[in-house]
Design a binder for this molecule. Structure first.
Ligand code: PLP
Length: 462
């Protein structure tokens, strides 16, 4: 019997072992170190000539890799902006591997209709007009890229040039932003506009929010017929929100494309007391959001929404006789970078079906309360400095009287109790703690403040 034959004859046994391994890992998330900061080197070796089979490979995985993975899906991984995986999302993600659908073109399954439905549910979740549709991406970086590519196409059209067809030669495109996420600069590089093409707009004092007067001045001074404004609905450090209504007015006046990066900040729309922070979002030309952040869907899950799918498809369409299709559903390969696409819609479909709008709201509200709890503790502590009030789910602080912040961060993260990452607030090096995991509780916050207290007293943190 060949190795492949024996594998398929014992698939049930293999999957049961994978299930045991999965449950062990998920159960360990509350107590395993939040991060493995010094994993061992993997032996450099030759590609195996003969395979050992899946069962033995699973043993290798359990012994050689699993102990050194992070608990990034756990409750005290507060670095970057990191979501976990809710049970429903995990089920959906697992089944998207099992079913292994290719969401490139419609015509062979119901899967593309699921992506259409999920995009519409997300549109409703974020309270956007029915004109918005789009596609699922691998993350916010690719969604920002799609926004920039659509903006580029729009700016080209304003100059009578179809950039997707004939390239950028002869176009003049100015891009404006105050505090773009680093991924948008990558998007400018990929789109051929160049990172340095960004015309930096001033922020309001002590804030990462775009100054409207500075934007108005920059747009008026621009002699370019093609303009793109990259606005933020939740900057990554200060969680500041640009005034989208006023920016939409300016974009309308100056015929600029308005792209809004709401990778995680868009979830503030679910909270009654914060809903008005994103007033005007419905007037955006394109929007970025992430599923693998606050929706707590496993990587990789990004969301791109736009009312201008015509432009999106102009940029990304692929045509070949073997890809002809007469379905009324969109061909999603014409709406994203990849032709072959994972069934990314399924984990989101599971999440929204299982928890509904109210469930997502509860998760988001809970994380905001936990962030506020940490911020209150820091503010009251003589040993720490809260660098800016906590508005949403990110807490920006630093230990008082510590010069070597990098060393301090290493010591905290080496405890395994929590994982936090560096940031910069108004020129000061800072620590960022971002709350976006469904399983975090206030007890987790108290555990970490206990650690911080001990560290401040000079007691061994470990
Ligand atoms: C505001 C914002 N935009 C974009 C990104 C990039 O997201 P991704 O890592 O999903 O590509 C992030 C990640 O933290 C973010 O916070």
């Amino acid at each position: 019997m060949s190795l492949m034959d024996s594998e398929s004859s014992d698939l049930a046994g293999l999957l049961e072992r994978a299930l045991d391994t999965s449950l062990d890992f998920v159960d360990s998330l509350t107590e395993r170190p939040s991060a493995c900061v010094a994993p061992p080197d993997l032996p450099s070796g030759l590609l195996p000539e003969q395979g050992v089979g899946s069962e033995k490979t699973l043993d290798h995985f359990r012994e050689e890799l699993l102990p050194y993975l992070s608990a990034s899906a756990g409750p005290r991984y507060w670095g970057f902006v990191t979501g976990g995986a809710t049970p429903a999302a995990l089920l959906g993600d697992w089944l998207s591997s099992v079913t292994d659908q290719n969401l490139s073109i419609a015509g062979d399954s119901i899967a593309p209709a699921v992506e259409v439905q999920v995009l519409d549910w997300l549109r409703q979740l974020f309270q956007l007009p029915e004109t918005f549709s789009g596609s699922l991406t691998s993350g916010a970086t690719s969604a920002n890229l799609l926004g920039i590519l659509c903006g580029r196409q729009f700016a080209g059209e304003a100059q009578g040039i179809d950039v997707a067809a004939s390239g950028l030669a002869g176009t003049l495109i100015h891009v404006f932003s105050a505090c773009p996420h680093a991924s948008s600069l990558k998007g400018l590089a990929i789109a051929g506009l160049g990172r340095d093409s960004l015309m930096s707009v001033a922020c309001e004092p002590d804030s990462e929010k775009m100054s409207l007067s500075a934007l108005e001045y920059a747009l008026s001074a621009s002699g370019s017929p093609g303009k793109i404004v990259l606005a933020s609905a939740g900057t990554v450090t200060g969680t500041d929100f640009d005034d989208l209504s006023a920016i939409a007015d300016l974009c309308q006046k100056h015929r600029a494309w308005l792209h809004v990066d709401g990778a995680f900040g868009i979830f503030s729309r679910l909270l009654e007391d914060k809903r008005n922070w994103t007033d005007g979002l419905e007037r955006a030309d394109s929007i970025t959001c992430d599923g693998h952040k606050w929706l707590n869907v496993p990587y990789d899950s990004g969301i791109f929404l736009t009312p201008h799918t015509r432009l999106l498809e102009q940029v990304l369409s692929v045509s070949s006789p073997y890809l002809v299709n007469d379905s009324a559903l969109p061909s999603f390969m014409n709406r994203g970078v990849e032709n072959s696409r994972r069934f990314r819609a399924l984990p989101i479909w599971f999440s929204l079906q299982a928890y509904g709008r109210a469930g997502v709201e509860e998760m988001v509200a809970g994380n905001c309360q936990q962030a506020a709890r940490l911020a209150d503790w820091l503010e009251a502590s003589p040993d720490y400095e809260l660098l800016t009030p906590c508005k949403l789910n990110v807490v920006v602080f630093r230990p008082a009287n510590v010069d070597d912040l990098t060393g301090w961060l290493k010591r905290v993260n080496a405890t395994g109790t929590v994982f936090v990452t560096p940031g910069r607030w108004q020129g000061t090096d800072a620590v960022r703690a971002a709350f976006s995991n469904w399983s975090t509780t206030s007890a987790d916050v108290d555990r970490v403040t206990g650690l911080l207290e001990n560290m401040a007293k000079g007691e061994s943190p470990i």
